[in-house]
Design a protein around this ligand. Structure first.
Ligand code: ATP
Length: 274
């Protein structure tokens, strides 16, 4: 159902967290019929204006989680509210207020950067599209290759274009899957600084999946640690360092990734108690 939320629901929504997921689960079918549980009943609350890191090893369930938050994948079970709006019922009311970028989603190769951004700007229903594209190109240092086909850009240039696409509608909620994957340290630092400034300027909420622990320590107020589809720990980076008695988030990550399964279950108990 995609009916419009009521006035009372909209007023309550304004007070709600940026993301609230409850019991969110995704099971994929597999050819052997056993299926794989990519995301296993996770419950997450992300406050407005925060930057939250979604961490976990390969296959932990980060991309699947982000896809469900975006409404790109239907959950097998559980609920998602974005900016107080129930994604299952009123997804179209909130989609214009959010956006995402992912290295796994390529823009059409043959279109130029300008054409791609223009198409997306129209899809998002923006007015003054020409000026918006021009302004973003300047902010993200894209002007030199605005008229080149998107497929011919380097990985770093593509990442900046993907970020421009994600910022076209000035999203209140930005979901980023590995925003600095395969970037050189200079470009990665540039993107992080840009994101910090965007958050400060707009008060937007950012959820980012990352394998770069220094990035997470620098950008994130809070961290969600995933393993085998579950949230096994969470907290501010400083709180996690203290809890594990470690100096760096990378060490904490390794502790969690290498812990025996009974530690995972302990994390689940903490999750349920939240
Ligand atoms: N369409 C699909 N069909 C079957 N299994 C899937 C599908 N998509 C994801 N999976 C499985 O779900 C699990 C979680 O995958 P996901 O891509 O969410 O992990 P991830 O944490 O983003 O990993 P990475 O860090 O490697 O990108 C993995 O076991 C993966 O093989």
């Amino acid at each position: 159902m995609t009916s419009r939320p009521s006035a009372a629901a909209l007023s309550a929504a304004a007070q709600s967290p940026a993301i609230r997921a409850d019991g969110l689960t995704k099971r994929f079918p597999t050819p052997d019929g056993r299926g794989v549980t990519a995301v296993d009943a996770i419950s997450v609350t992300v406050p407005r204006g925060s930057v939250t890191g979604l961490l976990g090893g390969n296959g932990a369930g980060k991309t699947t989680t982000i896809s469900m938050l975006l409404g790109l994948l239907l959950p097998t079970a559980g609920t998602v509210e974005i900016l107080g709006v129930d994604m299952a019922r009123h997804r179209h009311a909130v989609l214009p207020r959010m956006n995402f970028s992912s290295p796994y989603v390529e823009l059409p190769h043959r279109l130029t950067v300008r054409e791609n951004l223009t198409v997306y700007a129209h899809l998002y229903g923006l007015t003054c599209v020409k000026k918006r594209v021009q302004d973003l190109a300047e902010h993200l240092d894209l002007s030199r290759f605005l008229d080149r086909p998107s497929g011919g850009l380097s990985a770093g240039q593509k990442t900046r274009v993907a970020l421009a696409k994600a910022l076209l509608n000035d999203p209140e909620l930005l979901l980023l899957d590995e925003p600095t994957a395969s970037l050189d340290p200079d470009t990665a630092d540039w993107i992080r600084t840009y994101l910090e400034r965007y958050r400060l300027r707009t008060g937007a909420t950012i959820l980012l999946a990352s394998h770069n622990m220094l990035e997470v320590e620098r950008l994130c107020d809070g961290v969600l640690m995933m393993r085998q589809g579950r949230i096994v720990d969470r907290g501010a980076p400083s709180a996690l360092l203290a809890r594990y008695g470690r100096q760096t988030l990378e060490e904490v990550f390794l502790d969690i990734a290498r812990a025996p399964d009974d530690r995972i279950l302990a994390g689940e108990a903490a999750d349920a108690a939240e």
